[in-house]
Design a protein around this ligand. Structure first.
Ligand SMILES: Cc1cc2nc3c(=O)[nH]c(=O)nc-3n(C[C@H](O)[C@H](O)[C@H](O)COP(=O)(O)OP(=O)(O)OC[C@H]3O[C@@H](n4cnc5c(N)ncnc54)[C@H](O)[C@@H]3O)c2cc1C
Length: 385
């Protein structure tokens, strides 16, 4: 237990990986602890796999978030072209669609200004080629651009980049407690044995477990009030040739994406409040049925239960502020508690690098200045098998 790290990162999802990468790039000594066998096995492999600004966040006025995510999308397209690629995104508008063409046009105009990539109106003669999209009542089809990734591989690539810069990563290492003594945290974790190290700063990136991890830190830190919102995806045995589809659920008007994924079709996501422990996250049957209904409402061809090849779920961490899941702000919260304990609440896969850099700015006062080893805006991500 002689080693004193500048930073210990708890959790090896996308935020933990990005914080380890940013810390190592700033030349801090950093150790990351992940309880699972591999990084990126929790929320960071259960996302919609979009590297996007989030067109729908314009509706709730989250312009800063959209701008930042679109900037990060540009960096990722440049630094990880083997992991992030642009895809066409189609928005069909039917006579029954709640968002009217002028509303979608306004959103797309703003989105294209922020992204620098123009949108199009798809001509009627091209509608029959749109992967079996139902034509009855179809009034218009808009097409814009967003990007797709393999979220789990992206996390592992960022982790590998962190390690190449000197970050140490231990998997199957469950953080158990930390005690603050003589200006240092004594951090204990468990593999098949008990271990401990010292660190000046803790970054808590344990996603849905964020408050459970905070509760293990002494002196006690008050957690931020938060809610877990469960999002389910299904993978069906259909292929999409033209790109992704942005649909409105006929039941409640929520956005549902239908996307090509490894030769099949990924459909998601739902948003339901989740009160159980994050250890018990699983896709509910009602959410699977909801997603199938949306798909079948918009696409030709009957689906049988055996067409569902996979279903998975993850939880968003959102502030407990009384708003509905759709209206809750999606800005990442970086919560600083006394004695240099930083916790990340929520966030976007897309904005992981920017989030990690914001954490670095906040923690700089606790560590002596260093000569940076790299600038994360320009780091190429390695190929992960
Ligand atoms: C349904 C859904 C869809 C989404 N879609 C998108 C999208 O398309 N695009 C986008 O940009 N964002 C999307 N997001 C947001 C994004 O996926 C998340 O913000 C991000 O993955 C969260 O990463 P994280 O590292 O904070 O958490 P996680 O990935 O959950 O990582 C936390 C890690 O901490 C570890 N851990 C927990 N407790 C301990 C402990 N005691 N000791 C050691 N390790 C521990 C866990 O094992 C886990 O690996 C989506 C989120 C959800 C839920």
């Amino acid at each position: 237990m002689n080693r004193v790290y500048d930073i210990v990162v708890l959790g090896g999802g996308i935020h933990g990986a990005a914080c380890a990468q940013a810390a190592a790039a700033k030349n801090y000594s950093v150790l990351l602890l992940e309880k699972n066998k591999q990084p990126g096995m929790a929320t960071s492999s259960a996302s919609s796999k979009l590297i996007h600004g989030g067109l729908r966040y314009l509706e709730t006025g989250q312009f800063k978030l959209v701008y930042e995510c679109l900037r990060e999308r540009r960096y990722l397209l440049r630094n990880a072209p083997h992991l992030v690629h642009l895809e066409k995104f189609f928005i069909p508008v039917y006579s029954s669609t709640r968002r009217r063409p002028w509303q979608i046009l306004t959103g797309l105009l703003i989105y294209s200004c922020l992204s620098g990539k123009p949108f199009k109106i798809t001509g009627k003669k091209n509608w029959p080629a749109l992967d079996g999209l139902k034509q009855a009542g179809l009034q218009a089809v808009f097409q814009y651009w967003d990007a797709q990734t393999d979220d789990c591989k992206l996390t592992r690539a960022v982790m590998a980049s962190a390690q190449s810069l000197g970050a140490e990563v231990i998997t199957q290492a469950r953080f158990e407690s930390s005690v603050y003594q003589n200006s240092e945290h004594i951090i204990s974790w468990r593999t098949d044995q008990q271990h401990s190290v010292k660190a000046k700063v803790i970054i808590n990136c344990t996603g849905p477990w964020v408050n459970q991890s905070l509760a293990k830190i002494s002196p006690a830190v008050s957690p931020l009030p938060m809610e877990l919102v469960l999002g389910t995806h299904i993978v069906i045995d259909r292929s999409l040739q033209q790109g992704m589809y942005y649909l409105e659920s006929p039941a409640d008007g929520r956005a549902v994406f239908v996307m090509p994924w490894q030769g099949k079709t990924l459909i998601g996501t739902t948003e339901v409040s989740f009160k159980d422990s994050p250890d018990n996250i699983a896709p509910p049957a009602s959410d699977i049925a909801y997603l199938l209904d949306v798909y079948q409402h918009y696409f030709d061809g009957a689906l049988e239960p055996e067409d569902i090849k996979q279903a998975f779920a993850g939880c968003r961490v959102l502030p407990a502020d009384g708003h509905s899941a759709f209206q809750k702000p999606r800005e990442t919260i970086i919560y600083e508690a006394p004695q240099a304990v930083f916790s990340i609440y929520g966030g976007k896969l897309t904005a992981h690098r920017a989030t990690a850099e914001n954490v670095m700015k906040r923690l700089a006062e606790y560590l002596s200045p260093r000569q940076a080893r790299a600038d994360t805006r320009h780091l190429k991500l390695p190929v992960i098998p």
